[in-house]
Design a protein around this ligand. Structure first.
Ligand SMILES: Cc1cc2nc3c(=O)[nH]c(=O)nc-3n(C[C@H](O)[C@H](O)[C@H](O)COP(=O)(O)OP(=O)(O)OC[C@H]3O[C@@H](n4cnc5c(N)ncnc54)[C@H](O)[C@@H]3O)c2cc1C
Length: 403
C-alpha cells in the first residue's frame, strides 16, 4: 500500500517541544502532524526534574540579561496555563510542589552567595523564617538557611498526557531508520516514510525538527549546516523508599559554582513509594563514575545536607542521559531556547522544559513573518492505515522496576 498525504507542518519528535508546538500550531489554525520514533516523552522530557525555573542561575551570576528576563517570566506564564487562562490549557497537570527552595549549607561563604542571589532577584527570593520552615526542614540543624524561589515543580508524565489530549489523531509512530526527505532543488518539500506494509509520502510547507538528541541525525539528513547540536551528559541518581518526605530544593555548597551541589525533586512510583530524584553538580561531575561510585557519592551528599533522614530501607539506582542543546562556541550553555530555519526546515532546541511556551511564541511569530499559509484541512486519506499511534513513555524509575 502506498499513501500520499499533505499538510502544512510536519513535526519530528514528541517530547515537550514537539507536543507543545503541535498543540499550539493547530490552535493557530495550521494543519500539523507529529512523527515520533520511540515513546512520547521518552527522551529528556520524562527524565527532566520538572522544575519550572525562574532564573536563579542568572541572578546568582548577577547578569540579568534578556534571556534571564525571558526565563524569569516563565513561572507566571506556566501558572496561567495551569489555571486554564492560556490557550494551552494545563489544568489537569499535576503540580508536585507549589514552591521550590534553596537550602544553604551552614558555612558563611555559602550563605553569602545565597544572600547575593536573593538581592539580585529583586525580592523574588524570600528567606523563610525559622517559624515558617516546612516540616521537613524544621528538623534540620539550627544554622541552615532556607529560601523560597519563584520556581515550582510539575509532573512531566501528566504534562505529556495533557499535551497529547485532543491531538491523538495527529500523532504517528515511525521507524527513524526509514525516513527520507523529499526535495525540490535545495528546498525540503516533504517526508518519505517506509513501513513494512508500504510507503508514505507526506508533502508539507515546513518540517520542524524537535527530536532532542535525534536532531543531530535529522540535521545531517536534511543537509542543514548553519546550526549544530551539543550534548551535556548527566549521571542522575534516584532513591526510593516508602514514607520518605517530599523535598524540592537546590542544595548550595561552599564554592562559588553556579550549579547547586544537589538538585532534589520528589516523585511517586506506582507502588506509592517516594522517589527522590537527584541532579545538579552531582549529576554533572559523576558522568565518568560507575553506578556504584555515583550512588556512593549521592549517599555522601545526602548525609551532608539531610543527616536527620533515615535512608536505611532505600533502593538506589542511577542512569546516564544527555541534554541536547544547540551547539555553542566553547561548549558554553545556551541560556534561551534556540531555533533556526534553512531550506524550509526549522530546528528547535528548547534548552529547558521551562522555555517551551516562549519557544512556541517565537515559532508562531516566525511562521507569520514568513507568511506560511494555513490550509483549510489536510488532504484526504488516512495515515493511520500505515502509521500507528506512538505509545506514551514512563519515568525512568517506573521503567526500571516494572521490567
Ligand atoms: C536529567 C534532566 C533533568 C532536567 N531537568 C529540567 C528541569 O527541571 N527543568 C527544565 O526546565 N528543564 C530540565 N531539563 C531540560 C529539559 O528536559 C529539556 O530541555 C526538554 O525536555 C527537551 O525537550 P525536547 O522535546 O526538545 O526533547 P526530548 O524530550 O528529548 O524529546 C525528543 C523526542 O524526539 C524523539 N525522536 C528522536 N529522534 C527522532 C526521529 N528521528 N524522528 C522522530 N522522533 C524522534 C525522541 O524519541 C523523543 O521522544 C532536564 C533535562 C535532563 C536531561
Amino acid at each position: 500500500m502506498n499513501l500520499s498525504y499533505s499538510t502544512d507542518i510536519v513535526i519530528f519528535g514528541g517530547g515537550i517541544a514537539g507536543l507543545w508546538l503541535l498543540k499550539r500550531l493547530r490552535l493557530e489554525g495550521y494543519q500539523a502532524i507529529l512523527l515520533e520514533s520511540n515513546q512520547l516523552g521518552s527522551g529528556q522530557t520524562l527524565a527532566s526534574q520538572g522544575i519550572i525555573h525562574g532564573g536563579l542561575k542568572y541572578a546568582l551570576s548577577g547578569s540579568l540579561t534578556k534571556a534571564a528576563n525571558t526565563i524569569a517570566d516563565m513561572p507566571t506564564r506556566w501558572r496561567q496555563c495551569l489555571a486554564g487562562e492560556d490557550p494551552i490549557d494545563l489544568r489537569e497537570v499535576n503540580v508536585l510542589s507549589e514552591h521550590y527552595y534553596m537550602w544553604s549549607a551552614t558555612s558563611f561563604r555559602s550563605k553569602l552567595k545565597t544572600f547575593h542571589g536573593s538581592k539580585s532577584l529583586q525580592g523574588r527570593v524570600e528567606a523563610v523564617s525559622k517559624e515558617q520552615l516546612p516540616a521537613f526542614f524544621a528538623n534540620a540543624a539550627a544554622d541552615g538557611s532556607l529560601y523560597r524561589l519563584p520556581d515550582f515543580v510539575i509532573d512531566s508524565g501528566s504534562l505529556i498526557r495533557e499535551l497529547v489530549r485532543g491531538q491523538e489523531d495527529y500523532l504517528f509512530h515511525i521507524d527513524r531508520q526509514n525516513i527520507n526527505f523529499k526535495r525540490d532543488d535545495e528546498q525540503i518539500t516533504g517526508v518519505l516514510i517506509g513501513t513494512r506494509e508500504g510507503s508514505v509520502q507526506i508533502d508539507c510547507k515546513r518540517c520542524v525538527l524537535s527530536a532532542g538528541e535525534g536532531n543531530e541525525a535529522l540535521l545531517s539528513q536534511c543537509g542543514m549546516t548553519s546550526i549544530g547540536m551539543q550534548r551535556r551528559p548527566l549521571h542522575m541518581v534516584y532513591v526510593k523508599q516508602k514514607n520518605l518526605p517530599a523535598i524540592y530544593a537546590h542544595c548550595i555548597g561552599d564554592d562559588f559554582s553556579l550549579t547547586p551541589i544537589l538538585t532534589v525533586t520528589s516523585h511517586r512510583d506506582e507502588n506509592e513509594a517516594t522517589v527522590w530524584y537527584l541532579g545538579g553538580e552531582l549529576a554533572e561531575s559523576g558522568v565518568k563514575k560507575s553506578a556504584d561510585e555515583q550512588i556512593k557519592a549521592a549517599k555522601a551528599q545526602l548525609q551532608i545536607y539531610f543527616p536527620w533522614v533515615d535512608l536505611s530501607a532505600a533502593e538506589w539506582d542511577s542512569f546516564l542521559i544527555n541534554r541536547a542543546e544547540a551547539q555553542m562556541t566553547d561548549k558554553q550553555r545556551p541560556d534561551d531556547s534556540v531555533f533556526n530555519e534553512e531550506n524550509n526546515t526549522i530546528v528547535v532546541f528548547p534548552t529547558k522544559f521551562t522555555l517551551a511556551p516562549s519557544l512556541a511564541d517565537k515559532l508562531v511569530s516566525h511562521l507569520e513573518a514568513k507568511a506560511v499559509p494555513k490550509s483549510d484541512q489536510s488532504s484526504a486519506g488516512t495515515l493511520r492505515d500505515l502509521l500507528p499511534p506512538p505509545p506514551l513513555g514512563n519515568a525512568h524509575w517506573e521503567n526500571k522496576f516494572t521490567d
